[in-house]
Design a protein around this ligand. Structure first.
Ligand code: GLN
Length: 489
């Protein structure tokens, strides 16, 4: 079946011009979800009724000569760790069973204000901990390119929903790669903005010094449009930067002339041949467009992963202490409070979440804090300094997004370390608080999509999008979604 939904900017332009009704766009999206979600399981819940009311309202506004906003009539899916009043927010965890947030996340309010139609909540690795969406209490999401393979994670439902043409755009969260890695594995664009550019008010916290919300889209231009709608200062998030949203749409046609591009050569040796050669080809595309391209050695970045797996679990162990059987969702009763807490957490959390909480409390405990947590913070500084050195010479960096194409279900579930390595190339960005994005660029092993990662210094979104637009334009046809569902290749 051919995916029916077009791109976001195209939909919004036609809805605003009165050529296309928001109601019909929504019908197509919901029909595509209905037709394919039983097999792919991108969604944990739908908000179809609310979206329909909004679509009617948007069509009425257009009819009355009013402008419903930059994303008028665009169906959007939300990762199910972003709070919505209209639907439960589960984080794909049993512990939040039956809980519906009493408020909307800032990104949800901003999307609605821009005229977007919020169609549903997408599947994820429980509490965003994972790289395959296999750690979900609601079952795994399948990769539409090959349903025997994972879509990546943790925002696998959002990535697969866009790749399958159910929705033109979706939001995810990226703590160590959870937007960029599934974007690469599903052949769509995924953006992790600079820390503080997008409000996290209403994002369920995993590791607060690393978490950022960002868009998935079919094209770089669509991703820019969504980022512009959701970014900008928010007084409800104390880590939100006091700046307007970066205007990335206006640089998409600027080309790469004079742009200084560094290829992170250390990563290429750890990537599969198809992922490494995609980076080399993307570098050639940029050079042909007038960029100055050079290799840059940044061996420090490869230590990011070890530091991340101490810092992120430490923060998670603190953030997840609030699931106590009293304040949210699930409770397993017991004669006393402590036993009730313990039984609730034992029943409500999955294996990976428990592993992270134990790791986190261990590295923060007296006697181990200096050796693990404090040491990891020092490594974090070393990673940030390595980036700073590179950005003294380059405007953007180019790297593989992932070490390989989408892997098979079960391939890494028995070995947590193998799974963690899926984020080797994405994690350093989070440690530094920088922006980075994945652009579909090639088809690799078994005809599966390969993403190329464009990285930039803090608040370098405009240069990043400039380079990404050139990379996208130079990509061969057929490397990106939407795709009809395919089974094993
Ligand atoms: N895969 C990484 C982890 O499991 C990153 C997850 C994320 O970015 N949310 O922690």
């Amino acid at each position: 079946m051919t995916p029916p939904v077009g791109g976001a900017t195209e939909i919004a332009a036609r809805v605003r011009a009165g050529e296309l009704s928001a109601a019909s766009v929504l019908d197509e999206a919901l029909a595509a979800i209905e037709a394919r979600d039983r097999e792919l399981h991108c969604f944990n819940s739908l908000m179809g009724e609310r979206a329909r009311e909004r679509a009617t309202e948007i069509d009425r506004m257009v009819g009355a000569g009013q402008d419903p906003g930059s994303l008028a009539g665009v169906p959007v899916a939300l990762k199910d760790n972003i709070c919505t009043r209209a639907a439960p927010t589960t984080c794909s965890s049993r512990i939040l069973e039956g809980w519906t947030p009493p408020y909307d996340a800032t990104v949800v309010r901003r999307l609605a204000a821009a005229g977007a139609l919020l169609v549903g909540k997408t599947n994820l690795d429980e509490f965003a901990m994972g790289s395959s969406t296999e750690n979900s209490a609601t079952g795994p999401t399948r990769n539409p390119w090959d349903t025997s393979r994972v879509p990546g994670g943790s925002s696998g439902g959002s990535a697969a929903a866009v790749a399958a043409g159910m929705v033109p755009v979706a939001l995810g969260s990226d703590t160590g790669g959870s937007i960029r890695q599934p974007a690469a594995l599903c052949g769509v664009v995924g953006v992790k903005p600079t820390y503080g550019v997008v409000s996290r008010y209403g994002l369920v916290a995993f590791a607060s010094s690393l978490d950022q919300i960002g868009p998935f889209a079919l094209t770089v231009a669509d991703a820019a449009a969504v980022l512009e709608a959701i970014a900008g200062h928010d007084e409800m998030d104390s880590t939100s930067l006091e700046r307007a949203a970066p205007r990335c749409s206006e640089v998409l046609d600027d080309g790469a002339d004079g742009l200084r591009v560094g290829v992170v050569s250390d990563f290429l040796a750890d990537a599969s041949p198809d992922c490494a050669s995609a980076v080399r080809s993307a570098a050639e595309v940029l050079a042909a467009a007038g960029a100055k391209v050079d290799d840059v050695a940044l061996p420090e970045l490869l230590h990011g992963l070890s530091a991340y797996y101490l810092i992120a679990p430490a923060e998670a162990s603190s953030n997840l202490a609030r699931y106590d059987g009293v304040r949210y969702g699930l409770r397993v009763d017991a004669p006393d409070v402590e036993t009730m807490n313990a039984r609730t957490r034992a029943a409500g959390f999955g294996a990976e979440v428990k592993r992270r909480v134990m790791l986190g409390t261990y590295v923060l405990s007296a006697g181990y804090y200096d050796a693990y947590y404090a040491q990891a913070q020092r490594v974090r500084t070393i990673v940030a300094r390595a980036f700073a050195r590179a950005y003294g010479h380059f405007d953007v960096l180019l790297a593989p997004t992932t070490p390989s194409v989408a892997f098979a279900f079960g391939a890494k579930t028995d070995d947590p370390l193998e799974m963690y390595l899926a984020d080797l190339f994405t994690i350093p960005t989070n440690l530094a608080g920088h922006p980075a994005m994945s652009v579909p660029f090639a088809l690799g092993e078994a005809g599966l999509p390969v993403g190329v990662q464009v990285l930039a210094p803090a608040l370098g979104e405009r240069e990043m999008f400039r380079a990404a637009a050139v990379v996208e334009a130079g990509a061969p046809p057929g490397v990106r979604g939407p795709v009809g569902t395919r089974s094993a290749r």
